[in-house]
Design a protein around this ligand. Structure first.
Ligand code: PMP
Ligand code: GLU
Length: 398
């Protein structure tokens, strides 16, 4: 049968991060020794106390539908986390738990964006944002920040991108894919612009909050003028090595949470009961494993930055958070090896995968075609070996 997908799905691009990870797994299944720097997920296992809570939840028969916005105990634990770690006051009624931060961003956009309204997305951006905006019938407005500005937009760029149709700004700090972190002063400068435009909401994706090498996380929601206009997105995937458990949350004004509750009630119901009990343990138990993982990520960051700086033609920033580096690699475009020409970031990623057996993701999916993303959520041995291979195969390009 011919393609009879809806226009909505025909317009939608597949997730490039997941596609590259899938390709890497396929090659591995064929027996190729691939080092996977493509997908962004901690290589650590979920801490034991969280796994124990999940096992107990099964034995305690947490096997029924959960309330659509999540168990009250989990929402209370999240409210306490927001107060203790971020100094933010939220009632449990202003929190909604979903199937990962991914669904949270989608929910938030579906809740506030009308057809034709604009959503400002600073680039480099996480691959899914523009596609999610399109799913909500919104119009992505991409504002590019290059490596020379450490991949962060400035107030003048924000001001210039605002129109009467702007509904929201999606701000991701620490950032996937660049690792850049907006400082308090930089956020204050953006807030000074936003204050002049009270019709704009901020969707603050803080999923990498705990993987921060420069200090305590600053949320734009901490600016009193912004709290009622901010939808905080966070979850357990990255901080607690729980990507497969699928638990994220939004913290937002109650009317937005109620809207998302209505949407979720028709679309997915509440998220997995056992995972919620595991997430509750994550937020209420020892935070030591989070600190230990962040320390390991910092060591790996230092190693990968050193190795990436040794690659001729790479331009590298030192990421302040998350677990990605995003080198500018366009000096290789136009070069070839054995008749294979590299024209763009996707060609380069495929070359590194097929010839070097290292999986990365081309920058074009992140709105930065001059760059390539490498995740360092893997062992130092893997990072060192990956860079031996990368250096070798890039050296063959003439
Ligand atoms: N936001 C960003 C910036 C991400 O990198 C990811 C990647 N997983 C998500 C949201 C989604 O996270 P989750 O696994 O909780 O759906
Ligand atoms: N967020 C991770 C990444 O960027 C996981 C894959 C995805 O959901 O996009 O690699």
């Amino acid at each position: 049968m011919t393609n009879q997908l809806s226009d909505r799905l025909n317009k939608l691009s597949p997730s490039q991060t997941l596609a590259m990870s899938q390709k890497s797994s396929e090659l591995k299944a064929q027996g190729v020794d691939v080092i996977n720097l493509s997908v962004g997920e901690p290589d650590f296992n979920t801490p034991q106390y969280i796994k124990d809570a999940a096992k107990k939840a099964i034995d305690d028969n947490f096997s029924h539908y959960s309330p659509v916005p999540g168990y009250p105990a989990l929402r209370k634990a999240i409210a306490a986390k927001l107060k203790n770690e971020n100094g933010l006051e939220y009632e449990p009624s202003q929190i909604l738990v979903s199937n990962g931060a991914k669904q949270c961003v989608c929910n938030a956009l579906m809740a506030i964006v009308n057809a034709g309204e604009e959503v400002i997305i600073p680039a480099p951006y996480w691959v899914s944002y523009p596609e999610m905006v399109k799913l909500a019938d919104g119009v992505p407005v991409v504002v590019s920040a290059g490596i020379e500005q450490n991949f962060k937009i400035n107030p003048a760029q924000l001001e210039a991108s605002i129109t009467s149709k702007t509904r929201a700004l999606i701000l991701c700090s620490p950032s996937n894919p660049t690792g850049s972190v907006y400082s308090k002063d930089e956020l204050a400068a953006l807030v000074a612009v936003l204050i002049k435009h009270p019709h704009i909401f901020v969707i603050a994706d803080e999923i990498y909050e705990h993987i921060n090498y420069v200090g305590t996380h600053v949320s734009i929601g901490q600016f009193p003028e912004m709290k009622d206009r901010t939808i905080i997105i966070n979850g357990v995937s990255k901080a607690y090595a729980m990507t497969g458990w699928r638990i994220g949350f939004i913290a937002a004004p109650e009317w937005i949470v109620k809207g998302c509750n209505k949407l979720q009630g028709q679309y997915t119901s509440g998220p997995c009961s056992v995972s919620q009990k595991a997430a509750e343990a994550a937020y209420t138990g020892s935070q030591e494993p989070v600190r230990e993982m962040c320390t390991a990520f910092r060591r790996r960051r230092d190693l990968i930055v050193k190795l990436a700086k040794e690659i001729p033609g790479f331009e590298v920033t030192v990421p302040d958070g998350a677990f990605y580096i995003f080198p500018k690699c366009s000096s290789y475009y136009g070069k070839s090896y054995n008749g294979r020409q590299i024209n763009d970031s996707n060609d380069l990623a495929m070359y590194l995968l097929e010839v070097g057996h290292v999986a990365c993701v081309g920058g074009s999916g992140f709105g930065a075609p001059e760059c390539i993303r490498m995740s360092y959520a893997t062992s130092e041995e893997n990072i060192a070996e990956a860079f031996r291979r990368i250096k070798n195969v890039l050296g063959q390009l003439k």
